[in-house]
Structures are given as structure tokens and as C-alpha cells.
Design a protein around this ligand. Structure first.
Ligand SMILES: [Zn+2]
Length: 290
């Protein structure tokens, strides 16, 4: 059976089988072992704003580096085919986009296409008090946003194994990622994560192995934990009622990091989960096993 690389979330097995057979004839055992052992399970591909593009970088003896702007990209695969996973910001303009690839042969650009996606709009009339921040709250938010930009830029050793994630808490998942909200006609930032409805105290666990890189109590996000999964792939868990980990902790998948709450600017208890890939917030649903 033939699969195309970009349609189904699977590397092309027929091509792989042929190349592995060819490799078995002539290359070193080390290269063969690397090629056979790195069948990463990728997130579902969706080359839309807020999605993840899978860009084929071709064959190369060593892992190339790739960049979207100045953000390093997660490159996985093996000498037969390397693949860059590109987080596409919600603010991206549909059309041709480019990544830069740096390998032993020098640098080149590879183009890919971002297709449009229409996210739901929600228009709310709210009291001006809830829209306009007091000057001291605004100043606090600006400081926290600058701090968060530093956290988001984390790029550490690449993740090992599957990138498919476990839902971080039990509860009903909303499909509100990307929702465009207007308060009294004014556009707000689109919703950059997945909300999971659950009672206060419901355990929140690591959706993938990760290192705790930031914890805090932030104005909008409340009690928050940032997990670094490696290679620029991060999870942020917000509105927690309690935090049961500290910076530097290495968590296994399924290991508790805190509990659902309603801290920060929220109307009720739920988990807000953002996934950041190369500094872009992308739809967590792409990473959850269906
Ligand atoms: Zn949310």
C-alpha cells in the first residue's frame, strides 16, 4: 500500500522499505539502526494558521537544522528522510511560506503552502470594566508577557519517541482553539489553546514527558506550569488550583503536575492547555490520539 508523506501522518513506508533494503546492502550498521529506530509518531498535519506543517527535507547523512524566521524548528527522522515540523501561528497569512534549511551542503529555502482556515467568531457585549485593565494590572501583564516570551523561546534537546500526547486531565474538551473573540466590537487575541472542563481539584498530568521550565501565578493565566518536551515543543497549563511540581522537575507522561482550578481571569474551573511549537501556539487536538 502506498501512503503519501503529507496526507495521513505516516512516513511513506514503501519508499522507506525500499531505501532500507538498499541501505542494508551497503551502509554501516549504525546508519541502519538509526534509520530503523526513529519511527517518530508525528502530530496530525494541518498546514493552516494554528496548525502544524510537515515539511520534507529529503535525505541527508546528518540531521539538518531548519528555521522559521529566527525560530529553530523541530526536525525528526533519519538519513532516509528528515522532516521539519513547523508550528504555524494563528496570525499567519495563508499562501506560500518558507523555511530555511542548513545542512552540510549549505543553506536553502523550502517553500510550503499555508491553506486558509476560518475559525469561529464570538461577539460578546461586556461591561467596559472587564475589558479595560487598571494601569497597575496592565503594567503587571506587560511584565508577565515579556517573561513569557523568554519561556516560549526555550529550545532544548529533541524529544525521543512519539509526539502523540495524552489528554492532560479528564473532562470534556472544547473545540474553541482559534476562536476569535470580540468584546464590544473590539477584536481580542484569538483563543490560543484547548479548554478542558473539569471540577476544581481534578489532577493535571504531563501529556508527554517533559521538564518543568516555569511556574508562577500570572494575571490572566493564574497558577501556571510550563513543560518543555524538547525541540521547541512546550505545553502550558493554566488556571490551576495548585501546583505540585517545581522548575527543574523531569516528569514522565501521566505524572501529576497540579490540579484544575479557576485562578487568573476565568469564569469557572477548567484547564487551559496551550501547545507551543517553534514559538507558535498550535491546536492541541492535533497531538491527541483520536
Ligand atoms: Zn482557554
Amino acid at each position: 500500500m502506498l501512503y503519501s508523506l503529507n496526507d495521513h501522518g505516516l512516513a511513506a513506508p514503501s519508499r522507506r522499505a525500499l531505501l532500507l533494503a538498499a541501505l542494508a546492502c551497503g551502509t554501516t550498521a549504525a546508519v541502519r539502526a538509526q534509520a530503523q529506530g526513529s519511527a517518530a509518531v508525528f502530530p496530525r498535519a494541518a498546514a493552516v494558521p494554528g496548525g502544524v506543517a510537515r515539511v520534507d527535507l529529503g535525505a541527508a547523512p546528518a540531521r539538518p537544522q531548519a528555521f522559521a524566521g529566527d525560530a529553530p524548528l523541530l526536525v525528526l527522522g533519519d538519513p532516509i528522510v528528515w522532516t521539519a515540523l513547523v508550528g504555524i501561528p494563528l496570525s499567519a497569512t495563508p499562501g506560500e511560506a518558507r523555511i530555511r534549511v542548513r545542512g552540510t551542503e549549505g543553506e536553502r529555502d523550502i517553500a510550503y503552502t499555508i491553506t486558509p482556515k476560518r475559525y469561529t467568531e464570538q461577539h460578546l457585549k461586556v461591561s467596559p470594566r472587564t475589558v479595560d485593565l487598571a494601569p497597575e494590572d496592565l503594567a503587571r501583564h506587560e511584565r508577565e508577557r515579556a517573561h513569557q516570551q523568554g519561556v516560549i523561546a526555550t529550545f532544548s534537546a529533541l524529544p525521543v519517541g512519539s509526539l502523540r500526547m495524552q489528554q492532560p486531565c479528564t473532562g470534556r474538551r472544547s473545540s474553541s482553539f482559534g476562536l476569535r473573540r470580540f468584546f464590544n466590537g473590539q477584536p481580542r487575541n484569538p483563543h490560543s489553546g484547548m479548554d478542558i472542563a473539569a471540577p476544581t481539584g481534578t489532577p493535571v498530568v504531563a501529556p508527554l514527558p517533559g521538564t518543568v521550565i516555569d511556574t508562577g501565578d500570572y494575571f490572566f493565566n493564574g497558577h501556571t506550569v510550563w513543560l518543555d518536551h524538547g525541540g521547541g515543543l512546550l505545553s502550558m497549563m493554566c488556571h490551576l488550583s495548585r501546583i505540585d511540581c517545581k522548575v527543574g522537575d523531569r516528569l514522565a507522561v501521566g505524572q501529576r503536575l497540579g490540579a484544575v482550578g479557576a485562578t487568573g481571569r476565568v469564569t469557572g474551573p477548567h484547564l487551559h492547555w496551550t501547545i507551543s511549537l517553534n514559538r507558535a501556539s498550535v491546536d492541541p487536538a492535533l497531538f491527541i490520539d483520536a
